[in-house]
Design a protein. Sequence first.
Length: 152
Amino acid sequence: MLSKEEAKNLRIEFWTRLEEQMQKIKNPHGSKVNWVSYNTGIKHLYFRMEADEKGCRLVIDLQFPDDGIREIFYEQFTEFSNLLEGKLKGLQWLPEYEHSNGKTISRIYTERADCHLFNRDDWDKMHLFLKLNFAKLDEFWTEFGEVFHNLK
């Protein structure tokens, strides 16, 4: 069992190493991207990476305070489901998801569950999963993000 300090240090090292690897990846236009704080350009719409004892995930979180707006954006993502699922395998679609902050959001995600954040031997496959899938999500957003911007 890890102490809180050991767990914290492993998390920091995991994300630092991933960020170093992600800095080498450019978007489809050849621009540098801040992958850790990815800017969708739409308030309350987030692309995030998660890693924990259950595996790693790339998530699209729709955290609009207005349920109607959240539903419109979620519906728009479902309109692109074939394209998204062509890029991101095994997508899970949750129109209502209880976030750790207690709010109900919508979430779309893909995950790799055969790995553990606190097992350094799993980091390479976790990093690879997150890098490849985030790059594919960025490709999608570069091509179709304007549709979502028009919903604002």
